[in-house]
Design a protein around this ligand. Structure first.
Ligand SMILES: [Zn+2]
Length: 288
């Protein structure tokens, strides 16, 4: 395995990829609050795209888009109200079929889409099973989240759990998902101090985690599913809901990309970095 220090990568083609998917961080909020990530862009150690989400700008439909490279009207996950197993093909399944190992530290929708639906916490919450599409899974729920009493996994705990998974299993692909900004944004709104503080907390947790992951040979991608309006909503078509960031830490040509990328490009990009061919259903070209 090639080990690369942060920013000294060989283009990242070690085949190992982590994607951090932070729920509900729009493009403007990301650029304003992600000091660590923006520092890597400024130092040309990371490349940042402006990316437009598919519609609706809702969690489960976009989770499926990020891993299938298809739109909700194609993949069939149209709302958060019904989350069945994915029909695929998706990144986890393609990777596993090619003999790669997969992992996720994520909210339980990911278990429902790629391992088993409906959710059974005792069966599904912690798995190490090579027959599953997410072989190493550490899943949590938002069942303690109510409007006035937020119970969220700490951002730093999610990053530490990912580092622990790398030490124990070193999966070839790991999806890391934190939904702190979404939960806080729905309560306090997308222009609140609380929302911006939660976004900063993600960035702060990444400050320690990303160099460790890079040292372990991972290319680190970072994006969001959708943004958050000032009045605490998403699902619609405005720029604040649809424009999200996409960062590639370890990209050989660091800096800011021109234009607007499509969210449909994420799945083929992950597969290309892993050295895998995208299935024909993923029509958008990779970003790398
Ligand atoms: Zn939400």
């Amino acid at each position: 395995m090639a080990y690369n220090r942060l920013g000294e990568g060989d283009g990242g083609m070690t085949g190992k990829v982590i994607m951090v998917m932070v729920d509900a961080v729009g493009f403007a909020a990301a650029v304003a609050c992600f000091g660590t990530l923006e520092g890597l862009v400024e130092g040309r150690k990371a490349r940042r795209w402006r990316m437009r989400t598919v519609l609706p700008s809702l969690s489960a439909p976009v989770y499926e888009t990020l891993h299938t490279g298809t739109e909700p009207h194609v993949h069939g996950i149209r709302s958060n109200d019904r989350v069945p197993l994915s029909k695929g093909p998706h990144v986890f399944g393609v990777a596993r079929a090619a003999g790669k190992t997969t992992g996720a530290v994520a909210e339980c929708f990911y278990s429902m889409l790629y391992n088993a639906s409906p959710w059974d916490p005792v069966r599904d919450m912690e798995v190490d099973d090579p027959s599953l599409d997410i072989q190493h899974g550490r899943f949590y729920t938002d069942h303690g989240h109510t409007k006035f009493n937020l119970h969220l996994p700490a951002e730093a705990d999610i990053m530490a759990r990912t580092t622990l998974m790398i030490r124990r299993h070193a999966p070839d692909y790991i999806l890391v998902h934190t939904f702190g900004p979404d939960a806080v944004g729905h309560v306090h709104g997308g222009e609140s101090t609380e929302y911006r503080h939660e976004i900063w907390a993600v960035d702060n947790a990444l400050a320690d985690a990303v160099p460790v992951w890079r040292e372990a040979g991972y290319r680190v991608l970072f994006t969001s599913d959708h943004g958050m309006t000032a009045d605490g909503r998403h699902g619609g078509t405005t720029d604040v809901e649809r424009m999200v960031p996409f960062y590639d830490i370890g990209h050989p040509d660091g800096g800011v990309a021109d234009g607007v990328a499509s969210q449909l490009a994420v799945a083929p990009t992950i597969l290309k970095l892993m050295g895998l061919k995208a299935p024909p259903e993923m029509k958008e070209p990779a970003l790398v």
